[in-house]
Design a protein around this ligand. Structure first.
Ligand code: SF4
Length: 77
């Protein structure tokens, strides 16, 4: 399995958060940015319903490694 494999996907309203465990540098930026959405002591550790899509995008942009990425949902209205 390459590092670039998507470990899991977390759908939000208009977006999907992609998580690549193999790329995570454990910087904690995501948790510091929004601990309601990103909490590794909880399952699932990413809960997109805890914030708006814009807030999620802002947090994902803090990820230094590319472990977190966002793509647009094509099935959302
Ligand atoms: S910000 Fe990215 S690299 Fe840092 S802990 Fe979160 S997912 Fe991992």
């Amino acid at each position: 399995m390459s590092d670039d494999t998507i470990t899991r996907e977390y759908p939000g309203e208009q977006l999907i958060v992609e998580w690549r465990q193999g790329l995570c540098a454990h910087s904690g930026n995501c948790v510091r940015s929004n601990p309601r959405v990103f909490n590794p002591r909880r399952s699932p550790w990413i809960q997109t319903e805890q914030a708006t899509d814009d807030e999620i995008r802002a947090s994902v942009s803090q990820c230094p490694s590319g472990a977190l990425r966002v793509r647009e949902r094509t099935d959302a209205s």
